[in-house]
Each structure stands twice: as C-alpha cells, then as structure tokens.
Design a protein around this ligand. Structure first.
Ligand code: SF4
Ligand code: SF4
Length: 450
C-alpha cells in the first residue's frame, strides 16, 4: 500500500467555496425509522423495479418489494419491517414519476437478509456479481447505474484498474468523507471484492487533499495484507469526482468520446458503493439505507444521517432541528450537480447524497444576458467543449449542430455556468439539448424497427 499524488491533472474545472465545515465534524447518526415510508421503485438508472407486494402484506426489513425489471434495472427492498399500506404514484428528486410502496413501519427487530458470503475470496465471481445484483446495489455517487452491470464488462474489455472515488468535490456534502472516516475497513474490503470480481491488478483510492484525516483512515485500513491498493491524493477542485477526469488524473488514460471507462481498462466506484458491496456480501444486507448530508446555512443542526430509503426530506429536516431562517432554495444533492426541489415530501433513495437548504442571503439572483464572448466557459470546461457555442446552437433549436460539436460529451458539471459573467443558463441549455438528441435518436430507432 502506498500513498502518492495523482500524477496528472485534467484541464479546466473551478474552485467554488466548499462550505463543508457546516457538517464535516458531525459523526454519522442513525435516523430513527419514521412511522411511514414511501419507497420509490426508481432509485437507479434504467427501468423502474416492478412492485411485487400488495396492500396488507407484512414485510420484514430487507425483504424484496420491487423486482429488477430488465438488464439495466435494480431490485428494491423494504428498508424497515411493517405493513404495506398502499402502492402509489410518487416522484424522485429529478422529477421522474414512478410507483412507490408505502410501508407503515414497525420496530420488530426482524430482518430478511441474504446468506452472508464470508469466504468471498474463495467464491465464484458470478455468485458475487449475483449477490450485488440481488441486493439492488446501484452507484451511490449520484448516477445510480446498476453495479452488477458495471462489474460485468465484456470479455474483450479487461479491467486492470479499479478506482474508488472518495473525492467528494461537491460543495457542502460530507457523507463520503464521514463514511471514509468511520468505515474505512469495510470500504477496503468492498474494494477488494470488486478487485476480485474484475480480476483487476490494482485499486486506486482517490481522495482530495482537503480531507487529510480521511486519507489517514484509509491508509490505516489498507495498510495490512492488502496488495495492489494505492491512495491517490487529488488537488482540491471541482469536478475532481467526475469519472473521466479521475481516470485521467490517476492513470493518464483518456476515455474516448462516447466511450466508457471500461474502454481504457478502468471501473470507477464510489466509496459508498464499496461499503454497500461489503454489507451485501459479508453481511447479506440489501441496499436499504445510506448516509445523507443534511446541511446548508438554513439548517438548525447540519448532520450526516444514516437514513432508510423512503424517508421524506421533511423528516430529515425535522430530525436536524428544523430551519433557523426562511429557506430560499432546497437542493437535492450538491449545489453543482444536484436539483432544486419545490417540495420536502420527496422520498430519499439510493442516489440521495445530500439535502442542502439555503437562506436568501446565500442565493444570488441574476438575469441572463447575451454572451460577451469572453471565453471563460471554454477555459472552465473539463471536457474541452465550447459551452458558449453549444448554448447558442441549442437556443436556436439547432440540436444537430450542437450534437456535431460534441454536446453528448457534456457531463453537466456546471463549471461553465459558474464562471459565466453573463449568467447564461448554460447547464439548462445542455440538459435541454441532450434531451432533444435522445428524443431524436429514439425516434430514429423506432423508425428503423418499423
Ligand atoms: S456543464 Fe458541460 S459544457 Fe459546461 S463545463 Fe460542464 S461539461 Fe463543459
Ligand atoms: S462565459 Fe458566458 S459570456 Fe463568456 S463566452 Fe462563455 S457563455 Fe459567453
């Protein structure tokens, strides 16, 4: 095990104020089960899970309530014991509508977990992959891609490097940081399980240099008998946690346009996902809870909470003592890549990393102006795009033009909008343009199938 400075540094990026001091000293606290949870069937990328319980059914903590529904999908389990009260239509923080199972909770202390696989090192890789699939694990860094799929690369794409993403470059959020401080041993074992499944030579743990105690915790956990693990210190900056940028920083490899990390022999997993893999394999626990940072200048007592999925944002805020002043903006996730939400009734899920409540004093109101051609967005873009030009194509509804200059490479990091002196809504433009491209591709596919 060794610790090194990441040898490369991607071009672009920004340095926003981090505000992590609000919550980073708060040790992870288990949130009491609310009396009722609304558990969404879509907490991951891909097809929503298919509800497999009915109103009146008794469920135990960990029992299956939603079946994986297709190759890119993930199963959903009851985060608490109790009784199914209803199956309703709900929505996620991203506004995606889906079915949800409402459970009246009951603290009976009973669980329905899988058989632990203690001897995982001597267990067939396919069995471990299946366990990760049946446990419903999806990427907890934000994307929610089903982990079983990510850990099943085709034979012609061998993986030699597993990168464990502990950068947590989003302002305000401290959940990954606390998980590294408090569960470093389990994260390391999770990383070794991933390494074993993929047959990868090395594991590289990526942590920003503003988290020295997390580095020390991971060094201590990985120090003994762990081969091929290296800690890579990244200079603090945004978006250090982005997959393609992290691969470049650590290995010098560039993921080709439209390609995936597996194209350059890498798989990137969040540290929270590694912890979930440990729990699923070693303790048989499906993914039913996660650590969420509840923070922001408007929150009375910022905290890092271990939350059963389906708990509403309102319950999180209440548990943190409510708000200290009126809230002007609520963000699900971090302020750079998260989503502003209009209601606290939204249920938490596998990709909910944080909830940020900001008072009016922390929000600046701008009106967008015409581009002045300053080029700052071009300097800031970590993907080497020309955001000003892309935005103009999209405003003119020339989606094909935007696609020609690599719109689909945009990772929606928001760096361009952050630096734009004309306050142009560049990320919103990129999202609208990408939705247009996807719609056009889907229509073309449908036409071909006719
Ligand atoms: S949001 Fe897209 S265009 Fe803007 S800086 Fe990030 S990657 Fe570049
Ligand atoms: S930063 Fe804003 S004003 Fe400057 S070139 Fe980019 S879009 Fe135009």
């Amino acid at each position: 095990m060794k610790t090194v400075s990441a040898p490369y540094q991607f071009k672009g990026g920004i340095h926003p104020d981090y505000h992590k001091e609000l919550a980073w000293k708060s040790a992870i606290e288990r949130m009491p089960n609310p009396s009722e949870l609304t558990v969404p069937m879509s907490q991951h990328l891909g097809a929503p899970a298919k509800v497999c319980v009915s109103p009146g059914d008794a469920v135990k903590k960990g029992s299956l309530i939603g079946e994986q529904n297709g190759f890119i999908s993930a199963s959903v389990h009851a985060p608490v014991s109790g009784t199914v009260k209803a199956v309703v239509q709900s929505c996620s923080a991203t506004g995606r509508s889906c079915q949800a199972v409402v459970i009246e909770s009951m603290d009976d202390g009973e669980t329905e977990y899988f058989e632990p696989i203690v001897e995982w090192l001597h267990t067939h890789k396919e069995r471990l992959r299946n366990r990760i699939g049946e446990a419903g694990i999806a990427g907890m860094g934000g994307a929610g891609f089903p982990t079983r799929v990510k850990l099943s690369p085709p034979h012609d794409k061998p993986i030699d490097t597993v990168i464990l993403n502990g950068a947590e470059c989003e302002p305000y959020l401290t959940s990954d940081y606390r998980v590294m401080l408090e569960h470093a041993d389990k994260i390391c074992i999770g990383a070794e399980i991933i390494q074993h499944i993929l047959g990868a030579k090395t594991v590289r743990i990526a942590i920003e240099d503003n988290k020295p105690d997390a580095v020390r915790a991971m060094e201590k956990a990985c120090a003994q008998e762990r081969q091929g693990i290296e800690i890579d210190i990244l200079p603090t900056g945004y978006p250090q946690g982005s997959e393609k940028q992290q691969i470049y920083n650590i290995t010098g490899r560039e993921v080709p346009r439209g390609g995936l990390p597996m194209d350059v022999g890498c798989v990137v997993e969040n540290v929270g996902t590694s912890l979930a893999i440990y729990e699923a394999v070693v303790h048989g626990q499906p993914l039913i809870e996660r650590v969420i940072t509840v923070t922001g200048e408007a929150v009375e007592r910022p905290a890092n909470l271990l939350v059963p999925f389906g708990t509403s944002y309102r319950k999180l805020v209440e548990h943190c003592g409510g708000v200290r002043e009126s809230v002007a903006k609520v963000i699900s996730g971090g302020p750079m890549m998260g989503f502003a939400v209009g209601s606290l009734e939204i249920p938490t899920g596998k990709t909910t990393s944080g909830l940020v409540l900001l008072p009016s004093g922390c929000i600046q109101q701008f009106s967008s102006q015409a581009c002045i051609g300053c080029g700052r967005c071009v300097d800031a873009c970590p993907m080497g795009l020309v955001p000003s030009e892309l935005s103009q194509f999209i405003e003119a509804d020339d989606i094909e033009g935007a696609e020609r200059i690599a719109l689909m490479d945009c990772i929606e990091c928001g760096s361009c909008a952050f630096v734009c002196p004309a306050h142009r809504p560049l990320v919103q433009h990129m999202r609208r343009g990408k939705t247009g491209v996807m719609a056009r591709r889907a229509a073309a596919d449908a036409q071909t199938r006719k």
